[in-house]
Design a protein around this ligand. Structure first.
Ligand code: COA
Length: 155
């Protein structure tokens, strides 16, 4: 058996998501939904894709290596009541299973922070499941998690 040699993070470029990424982004998006055992209507995916391209309040970034798209991050900029100016909510982060552990997730978060700062945001925030060990190890290296608990009521 030939051992798989992983790309180093030096081979990964972070780029804004653009129309040319659609097919590969959809493939990764589906893997992301599968990771969460989630199903969403294709109309929602189409709508989200269009907003990534058109909405100035969305930061959409891809991680690209010589094999193609290997990850993405999507953040939403919004106003807040406790500060003047916007804040950034990092809603989605995903790295292809075979490419994990090479620093790509960290690069994507770094790039979101950089873009959010450039947009004048005072904070970036995000959340994950308490049980998502891999994500939490990465996130803990950026800042300390607070003790807020999320409530979500379907309407
Ligand atoms: C979370 C995720 C984006 C991390 O991406 P990644 O490219 O593997 O992350 P990185 O390689 O930048 O990892 C950086 C750090 O995270 C930690 N880490 C990454 N994978 C890990 C794993 N499987 N187990 C434990 N720690 C891990 C390491 O501490 C690593 O630290 P280091 O830089 O000092 O080595 C990726 O695992 C993923 O897409 N998971 C599925 C979707 C998901 O959970 N998304 C986040 C939802 S909120």
């Amino acid at each position: 058996m030939i051992a798989r040699v992983k790309q180093t993070d030096g081979c990964v470029a972070i780029q804004p998501i653009g129309p040319r990424h659609e097919r590969q982004w959809r493939d990764l998006w589906q893997q992301y939904l599968d990771f969460y055992d989630a199903e969403i209507a294709d109309a929602v995916t189409r709508h989200t894709w269009q907003r990534i391209l058109d909405d100035e309040l969305i930061i959409g970034l891809t991680a690209v290596n010589p094999t193609g798209l290997v990850g993405f991050a999507i953040a939403i900029l919004h106003e807040a009541t406790w500060s003047i100016g916007r804040t950034a909510y990092l809603e989605d982060l995903f790295v292809r299973d075979s490419e994990r552990g090479c620093g790509t997730g960290r690069k994507l978060i770094d790039a979101v922070i950089c873009r959010a700062r450039a947009e004048g945001c005072a904070t970036v925030y995000w959340h994950t499941r308490g049980s998502n060990v891999a994500a939490r190890r990465l996130y803990d290296s950026f800042c300390t998690a607070d003790d807020f608990v999320r409530y979500r009521l379907s309407l």
